[in-house]
Ligand binder design. Structure first.
Ligand code: ADP
Ligand code: MG
Length: 238
């Protein structure tokens, strides 16, 4: 049993089939990077796993439990987007603890979770600031902290760094890798950045036209790209 098992998942918007029977089994602690041309269905796949879209068919199984009929908040997943959408009127601590407060988690547990995540992310001194008093990188860290405190079964990242400049992206990429090492968290990470894919992925999943074309380690995709998109993306000579 994987941490996440996606079996024959389909999604249509009206007559348009955006996901055409996607199968993917993700092991606990595995970091999966999802790549593919714009419009191929990457965000739709993440949103369907998260429950923000209903699958038209197939099964989504998380930690052995079929979740198709569960609301997003009951799937125990955390999504991190490129537009981090922090609450402007709340402090860093307030933003990070919001989901836990909604769940009526005990106050001392919330405080411990927030300070643990803030320290992990280098935000220990900034917990009383508001988003507008933070840099872009710090805001992105708050968005990650908000996900971490919930201790989700998996993290779903949809191009989380694409709004940042190159230098910050490189720094955040290293931090995500470090965090993943420490938390051992199962992750699906969408990016169109080749270096992010190569450095973060245990396995890369290449999609095109709503189907998975290839799954393999970065080295496997580099050595034997299944199609021209993969070859172009990975930069191999094929
Ligand atoms: P990607 O993230 O790979 O760029 P998306 O998953 O966002 O692609 O979109 C895949 C396809 O589904 C696109 O053709 C897009 O226009 C379409 N699509 C996505 N969301 C909707 C929606 N809510 N209604 C109709 N079509 C959608
Ligand atoms: Mg997308």
């Amino acid at each position: 049993m994987g941490a996440i098992d996606i079996q024959g998942v389909r999604k249509s918007f009206g007559p348009v089939e955006v996901l055409r029977s996607v199968d993917l089994s993700i092991g606990k602690g595995e970091f999966i990077v999802l790549v593919g041309p714009s419009g191929c269905g990457k965000s739709t796949l993440l949103r369907t796993i998260a429950g923000l879209e209903d699958a038209t068919g197939g099964d989504i199984v998380i930690s052995g439990r079929r979740v198709n009929d569960l609301a997003p908040k009951d799937r125990n997943l955390a999504m991190v987007f490129q537009s981090y959408a922090l609450y402007p009127h709340m402090t860093v601590a307030g933003n990070m603890s919001y989901a836990l407060r909604l769940r009526k988690t005990a106050k001392d547990r919330i405080a411990a979770a927030v300070s643990g995540a803030a320290n992990l992310l280098g935000l220990g001194q900034l917990t009383e600031r508001r988003p507008k008093q933070l840099s872009g990188g710090q805001r992105q860290r708050v968005a990650m902290g908000r996900a971490i405190v919930r201790e989700p079964a998996a993290f779903l990242f949809d191009e989380p760094l694409s709004n940042l400049d190159a230098r910050l992206r490189e720094q955040m990429r290293a931090e995500i890798k470090k965090l993943h090492g420490r938390l051992g968290a199962t992750s699906i990470y969408v990016t169109h950045d080749q270096i992010e894919a190569m450095t973060l992925a245990d396995r890369i999943v290449a999609m095109e036209g709503g189907t998975i074309q290839q799954i393999g380690t970065p080295a496997e995709l580099y050595d034997r790209p299944a199609n021209r998109f993969v070859a172009g993306f990975i930069g191999s000579p094929a």
